[in-house]
Design a protein around this ligand. Structure first.
Ligand code: SAM
Length: 292
């Protein structure tokens, strides 16, 4: 087996060879601990049938661990300076394709069609650039990319928000949007010391696994997320106040909003943070005819 990229010495050698300087604005914190990488990959249950999408391969530290365990890796890297580095470090692996593109700009379903046609198992594995953690996760979910799971490193604080339960401080529209599609579990807390340069925040690896069935059937998923977001605009305010302020023409439609609450037997004086996803689903369905 090839020597790991992710040792402190080898990483330093590679960075020096290419005169690479980190760009903080691109969330460049590279992993230099092979144990953590093995642990991340083990949570993804990769087999020789699995196709993997990686976001931000950096110098290939995580990519090579994925390449050893999966059928194929397609990695999106925004920083063109890393392309010659990756060509070098990943040369032992013939199952890696690097796409030099901002993942947020990518047509993910087209990439899946072109790169993973015939695959029956697709996952995302990544040490995410922290400045765009949430948009990346939401893009994969809202674009309906047919993935089984995502095993992703992020700020611990975001992982806590995603996995939060109702009536906790961390619970919010992000918890609802992700948990609508995926079971979410923190798999590992990761110390700052395993990165160069070290990030300012604590990190966690989150495992998201697609639910067999969504927790509540809604008329329009986007409207559910709109209602959820609107219900948390001011956490201390009641649902009625928040929805009046956030729904189109909500101020003038107080009566219609109250009718929707009455229809489902819910107290409009409750706060958003107390509602389960099922309750948000019922509320969104009741509000839908008036607001969509
Ligand atoms: N996977 C490597 C590792 O674990 O050592 C690097 C992870 S580093 C936290 C994030 C990587 O994402 C960097 O290589 C950065 O250039 C890249 N990146 C940042 N924004 C991106 C974007 N919008 N699309 C694709 N890659 C991005």
């Amino acid at each position: 087996m090839n020597k790991d990229i992710a040792t402190p010495i080898r990483t330093r050698e590679i960075l020096e060879k290419y005169g690479f300087s980190f760009k903080k604005s691109l969330g460049q914190n590279f992993l230099i601990d092979s144990n953590i990488l093995r642990n991340i990959v083990s949570h993804a249950d990769l087999t020789e049938r699995t196709g993997v999408i990686e976001i931000g391969p950096g110098i290939g530290a995580l990519t090579e661990h994925i390449a050893r365990a999966a059928k194929k890796v397609v990695a999106f890297e925004i920083d063109g300076r890393l392309l010659p580095v990756l060509e070098d470090t990943l040369s032992p692996y013939d199952n890696v394709t690097v796409i030099n593109q901002d993942v947020l700009e990518a047509d993910l379903n087209k990439v899946v069609e072109e790169q993973f046609s015939g695959y029956d198992d697709l996952v995302v594995v990544a040490n995410l650039p922290y400045y765009v953690t949430t948009p990346i996760i939401m893009k994969f979910l809202l674009d309906r990319v047919p993935i089984r799971a995502m095993v992703i490193m992020m700020q611990k604080e975001v992982a806590d928000r995603i996995t939060a339960s109702p009536s906790t401080k961390a619970y919010g529209s992000l918890s609802i949007a992700v948990q609508y599609y995926m079971d979410a579990e923190v798999s590992m807390i990761v110390p700052k010391t395993v990165f160069v340069p070290q990030p300012n925040v604590e990190s966690a690896v989150l495992t998201l696994t697609r639910k067999e069935q969504v927790p509540v059937e809604v008329i329009d998923e986007d409207f559910l997320f709109q209602v959820a977001r609107g219900s948390f605009v001011q956490r201390r305010k009641t649902l009625l106040n928040n929805l009046q302020a956030s729904l189109p023409n909500g101020k003038a439609k107080k009566e219609q909003i109250l009718q929707a609450f009455e229809q489902i037997g819910m107290d409009p004086g409750r706060r958003g943070e107390t509602l389960t996803i099922q309750e948000f689903g019922a509320l969104a369905n009741a509000l839908y005819p008036e607001f969509r």
